[in-house]
Design a protein around this ligand. Structure first.
Ligand SMILES: [Zn+2]
Length: 630
């Protein structure tokens, strides 16, 4: 038995505890004593205060009501208006997940209905909001977790043992090192290796979509990196340049946890599966397969924003809103019990977007800030949100009027939904005539995930999603394109419309296919909305190439570009000013800023500006360079 549990059991009468285990950093005690479960006279609270750890008391599985009877009882207790869509039992944890259209009504006044369920069935009820749009990926992810609940229980217990291993051990010499294995002086393949005497942690592990050969992947051959010693991965957000290489680590035998938010897990899984699918459809060998993605899902430990969790013996993690895409987070790491506090921003938006609140700037403590600098150059002056709205609006109006189609290559997540909310708003306010907006495959799936996690969206949008008839994503202007056949119909048979399809940089995916068919008609337009990596098809077209040769086996397809080409920046990254503001608004102000995730000139320039204006020590390391922060 782990030391910490032995210590806890000195406080709790051992005859009342039937089992004890870890669930990640949480300590779970089971009891066969009903009275003790319902009333332990504050004993558990005392233990929590004493140990400063999360400790939970649960009924032993032998105490709880049989599932069939419990389901009947639950349906009797909950009012019909709550709209129960699913009841899922998790016997390993003595908990029952109840999915409801109106969670508030299922919870009852001050949790009264939940209390009733607990008392009558002894199951611990967890209420979840039924998503407004069905999402296959969420259902699949949940099914994987459900099917492997036994394996997961053992996995979470193992993490706990690792975290509390050496709980009473003397602290060694303390030091902290940070090595960039990717994304230093470049955009793509984000991967930061954090080492302390007790921990080996990766912050993100992504793919450089625009890179070729080994340049596409993080530099895991760095001598200090050893996959066998890796404790955990912290994933800031779902974009492939931050998450895309993680399944490869599972393929190579990694079996530790990935910490992220729930929407990040779901969107990342979807993007990873898509990477596999695209490679196969192009007759390339994918670097990992769907089974490796499944391992990723099985090993995710999800956290809410501002939920503090130990992840190794000397690192405590808290995620904060990063304002970039659904679920995107900054990672705050308290290392060595207050010795040093580090914040890694991931990708950051310090400004309001149609979807999200601006990034958080209040931290308990920060000494070192690892900052993204995608648009950190002197010339990166973003246009105000209302200006890009107007630009988008007038452009769509013009193309529709001349009978054309607007093709928008989008990253599946983030901007696509921003633009959807933007267009829907314009239609609702009468600024745009209603016209069909085709949402191709994956973009639709990701939109559905947005409706499942409204608590990660800004207040305004959250309120609209709660009211079914105001939910912008349910507006009938949005039409799903789910198959190749439907795609061809959109291209050949429909009139003026907007089409949103991945990939955003036009490296594979349906956006390329639409482009091949729509390019030679001057009535159509191609609107780029995101960062275009060096060498990508998107960058080439935006840079002025007007003839593109596609190789299809031995045949060649030459596409002449006659459609209008433009870029409307709807950025979910911060521009230069927002990045500077973010650093200076950070409370407390960091003592050192490490700038990365940006082209060389931009990160160097941003680092020097922060140094000059803020008198803060800055660095813009190269890949494989190590910085000792303590
Ligand atoms: Zn991103």
């Amino acid at each position: 038995m782990a030391e910490i549990i032995k210590e806890i059991l000195k406080f709790v009468p051992s005859e009342k505890v039937s089992d004890a285990c870890f669930e990640g950093a949480n300590i779970v005690l089971y009891t066969k004593n009903k009275e003790f479960f319902f009333d332990n006279e504050g004993l558990i609270r005392q233990v929590v205060n004493e140990f400063k750890k999360r400790v939970e008391l649960r009924p032993d599985p032998s105490l709880i009501l049989d599932q069939e009877k419990a389901e009947k009882e639950i349906k009797k207790i909950l009012p019909e208006e709550a709209g129960i869509t699913q009841i899922l039992f998790d016997p390993q944890r003595s908990s029952v997940i109840i999915e409801a259209e109106k969670p508030g009504l299922a919870i009852g006044k001050q949790g009264s209905l939940l209390r009733d369920i607990r008392e009558k069935t002894l199951w611990i009820p967890l209420i979840r909001r039924a998503p407004a749009l069905r999402s296959q990926i969420i259902e699949n992810v949940r099914a994987v977790l459900y099917e492997h609940s036994d394996e997961r229980r053992k996995f979470l217990d193992k993490i706990g043992h690792r975290i509390y291993d050496g709980w009473l051990r003397e602290k060694k010499n303390e030091w902290i090192r940070i090595t960039h294995l990717g994304a230093a002086r470049q955009v793509g393949r984000s991967c930061i290796f954090l080492q302390t005497p007790e921990s080996r942690i990766l912050l993100d592990c992504g793919i450089n979509v625009a890179g070729e050969g080994s340049d596409a992947y993080p530099l895991l051959e760095a001598p200090e990196f050893n996959i066998q010693q890796l404790d955990a991965i912290v994933l800031s957000h779902a974009h492939v340049d931050h998450s895309g290489f993680i399944p490869y680590l599972y393929k190579m035998g990694f079996r530790g946890p990935v910490y992220c938010t729930e929407p990040t897990r779901d969107v990342a899984a979807l993007l990873m599966l898509d990477t596999v699918k695209i490679a196969k459809s192009e007759n390339r060998e994918p670097i990992y397969d769907t089974d490796d993605v499944k391992e990723f899902v099985k090993h995710c430990v999800t956290l809410n924003w501002e939920e503090v969790s130990d992840i190794t013996p000397d690192v405590r993690l808290t995620l904060y809103n990063a304002g970039h895409i659904l679920g995107s987070s900054m990672a705050h790491l308290n290392i060595g019990n207050g010795l040093h506090n580090l914040v890694y921003t991931g990708d950051l938006k310090y400004g309001k977007t149609p979807l999200l609140d601006p990034a958080n700037t209040m931290f308990p403590r920060v000494e070192t800030l690892i900052l993204e600098g995608t648009y950190g150059g002197k010339m990166d002056i973003g246009i105000a949100a209302h200006e890009s709205d107007e630009l988008m609006c007038s452009h769509i109006r013009e193309v529709i009027k001349r009978g054309g189609k607007v093709l928008m290559p989008v990253l599946g997540t983030g901007k696509a939904q921003d633009i959807m909310v933007m267009i829907e708003g314009m239609v609702r306010r009468g600024e745009l005539e209603p016209m069909p907006v085709y949402i191709d495959g994956m973009v639709w799936d990701i939109t559905a995930i947005h409706t499942a996690y409204p608590e990660f969206l800004n207040m305004n949008l959250r309120k609209m999603i709660f009211h079914k008839d105001e939910n912008p994503f349910l507006n009938p202007i949005f039409k799903r394109v789910g198959s190749q056949k439907e795609r061809m119909q959109v291209i050949e048979e429909t009139g003026p419309a907007v089409i949103m399809a991945t990939s955003g940089m036009m490296v594979g995916g349906p956006s390329v296919q639409y482009f091949q068919h729509l390019a030679d008609n001057p009535k159509n337009s191609l609107v780029f909305t995101c960062y275009l990596g060096e060498g990508t098809l998107g960058r080439r077209i935006f840079g002025g190439e007007r003839e593109i040769v596609f190789k299809e086996g031995i045949k060649q397809n030459v596409v002449q570009i006659k459609m209008e080409v433009l870029k409307i920046a709807v950025s979910d990254h911060s521009d230069r000013k927002q990045l500077m503001n973010f650093v200076f608004k950070c409370s407390p102000r960091p003592k050192k800023v490490i700038v990365q995730h940006g082209d060389s000139t931009k990160v160097l320039d941003l680092a020097s500006a922060i140094h000059k204006l803020g008198h803060i020590e800055t660095a813009a390391p190269k890949n494989l360079e190590t910085i000792r922060v303590k």
